[in-house]
Write a new protein. Structure first.
Ligand SMILES: *[C@@H]1O[C@H](CO)[C@@H](O)[C@H](O)[C@H]1NC(C)=O
Ligand SMILES: *[C@@H]1O[C@H](CO)[C@@H](O)[C@H](O)[C@H]1NC(C)=O
Length: 297
């Protein structure tokens, strides 16, 4: 009798929290399931592990192999970013593992400021949470919000600043020069990029950078509805750095099948067999670095 009363009370309370979520002071868990979430919320607020494994000491989904790595959020290690002010960063892909680029998450705090990449290194930034201001040489100022991005050519003077707090993902690579081709500053947003043809595939593809020869890499945004998967079991010379922005699914890397979800980072070395299937209840969106437009020799 008493337990029935307690459950009734609990149900009542639950209903209250759900319906009055915006009013209560601590309903953040409820908010996670609603449709009014900020875009890419899960990248910054990942599910650290399945509920029953949450507190299991030593448990991680992360793996590091010769030709691929999965780095799930419980393994991300943040520290001060060299040359940046009031910013902590986690290098998740770096040449130490075999890549020719770095990929890191940067958390900008109040009054933060970026440092410049090394000489001849190009930079791509994409905003995951909050907003940053990008100031370039020509004293042009851009406000970059969630889902907007910028490409900074090598040796291009710029400052990324933040008044409040923001999270961005950054890619940097030593630029591979090509005679008579010069990359330019690009500031734009994902939703303004057209959907591209993907013959034989069902996923939706957008490219964030021009496909012209001046650019030695591109960043793809790929969307899969639950149940959709890659047709081609890809094996290619290009390398990838992937950040899962939304959703869940299974990534095949070599002979391994990994359950993955928003917040996970994947490194794919050249020629590692790769395949993805989207599962769960919501669409998968991921952001993918790919080197392009250069002779592998
Ligand atoms: C970092 O931010 C604080 C305010 O939160 C500011 O007082 C401080 O000067 C900043 N640090 C640097 C090195 O600018
Ligand atoms: C943003 O991208 C779209 C599509 O590629 C393009 O038409 C537009 O000119 C770009 N905007 C800026 C400010 O470059």
């Amino acid at each position: 009798m008493r337990s029935a009363l307690v459950s009734l009370l609990f149900l009542g309370l639950f209903k209250y929290v759900v319906t009055e979520g915006g009013f209560c002071s601590a309903p953040s868990v409820v908010g996670l399931e609603s449709n009014s979430n900020p875009l890419y919320l899960k990248v910054d607020n990942p599910t650290l592990s399945p509920m029953h494994l949450k507190d299991l000491p030593g448990f991680t989904r992360s793996v590091y192999r010769r030709d691929h790595a999965l780095i799930s959020p419980e393994s991300h290690v943040y520290g001060p970013l060299p040359d940046w002010i009031n910013t902590s960063g986690a290098y998740l892909i770096a040449p130490q593992m075999g890549s020719h680029f770095v990929m890191y998450l940067a958390k900008l705090q109040e009054k933060s400021k970026s440092g410049l990449p090394p000489h001849d290194v190009e930079r791509f930034i994409f905003v995951l949470r909050g907003a940053v201001t990008l100031t370039t040489d020509t004293s042009n100022r851009h406000t970059l919000k969630v889902d907007t991005y910028a490409y900074l050519p090598p040796n291009y003077n710029h400052i990324i600043e933040c008044d409040a707090s923001a999270t961005i993902v950054v890619f940097e690579r030593r630029y591979a020069h090509l005679e008579n081709h010069v990359p330019e500053l690009i500031v734009n947003s994902t939703d303004l990029q057209p959907l591209l043809e993907t013959p034989g595939e069902v996923f939706e593809l957008r490219k964030l950078l021009p496909t012209s020869l001046a650019y030695d890499f591109n960043i793809h945004i790929m969307d899969f509805q639950p149940g959709e998967f890659l047709n081609v079991k890809e094996v290619h010379y290009n390398q990838h750095g992937l950040l899962l922005l939304e959703g869940q699914g299974i990534y095949r890397l070599g002979d391994n099948w990994y359950p993955v979800q928003a917040g996970d980072v994947i490194w794919m070395a050249p020629f590692v067999p790769q395949w993805y299937a989207a599962l769960g209840k919501t669409r998968t969106r991921y952001l993918l670095y790919k080197d392009v437009n250069r002779n592998p020799l």
